[in-house]
Design a binder for this molecule. Structure first.
Ligand code: G3P
Length: 217
């Protein structure tokens, strides 16, 4: 499973990238707004921080303009994945841009039928939003499972990029289902390592080690 950081905050990305555990980054218009940065500048800086795919989202709603914006975003760096919404115009843009050999992440996916269309359009990634489905009392993880089944039924190569991750359990559940990627806020990614019994056990080891009076170095 690949871990992408879902943020446009440079310091957060740099901190996580230093761990060697981040395989990519996803941004969207809301995350760019939150960063307060120019989209082209901040995306260029992000692309220099990670080797893996960096999703940058188009903001037009019409296919021809999406394609033009996607081509401009792709000029930023070789690891740009152009993000387009799951609409017919987005699917048309996806088909054209992937036909040009570009990575495309089809986002705002909320149903198995939408994910089926994204795969048909040749998407590199599809981003089903788990948390936003949970927010309205639907089952976001069930969607991940349905997409996994459908993609495996037909050998679609589109990667399932589970997004809108609200808790660490979403990540482990997506891994059990077989999502290819999860993109999560850095705070959620960091929480993956937390467990009170680990802390308790380490404290006990350190107390006992101190009693030996020994050093390794
Ligand atoms: O990449 C999509 C993600 O940013 C959406 O997350 O929490 O706004 O539903 P959220």
């Amino acid at each position: 499973m690949k871990f992408f950081a879902d943020t446009a905050e440079i310091e957060e990305i740099a901190e996580l990238a230093a761990t060697g555990m981040v395989d990519g980054v996803t941004t969207n218009p809301s995350l760019i707004m939150k960063s307060g940065r120019d989209i082209l500048e901040v995306t260029r800086e992000i692309c220099a921080l990670v080797d893996g795919p960096v999703s940058a989202e188009v903001v037009s709603l019409e296919a021809a303009e999406m394609i033009a914006e996607g081509r401009k975003l792709a000029e930023i760096a070789d690891n740009i994945a152009i993000k387009v919404p799951l609409t017919w115009d987005g699917l048309k843009a996806c088909k054209t841009l992937t036909g040009e050999g570009r990575m495309v992440n089809v986002t705002l996916c909320f149903s198995a039928n939408q994910a089926l269309l994204a795969a048909k359009a040749g998407a590199t990634f599809v981003s089903p939003f788990v948390g936003r489905l949970d927010d309205i009392n639907l089952d976001g993880l069930e969607l991940i499972s349905d997409i996994r089944t459908i993609y495996d039924n037909y050998g679609f190569e589109t990667q399932i990029l589970a997004a809108s991750i609200r808790a660490v359990n979403h990540i482990s559940e997506c891994a059990l289902i077989g999502a290819d990627v999860v993109t999560a806020p850095p705070a959620i990614l960091k929480k993956m390592a937390d467990h009170p019994l680990t802390d308790k056990g380490l404290d006990a080891f350190m107390r006992d080690w101190a009693k030996t009076g020994q050093r390794i170095l």
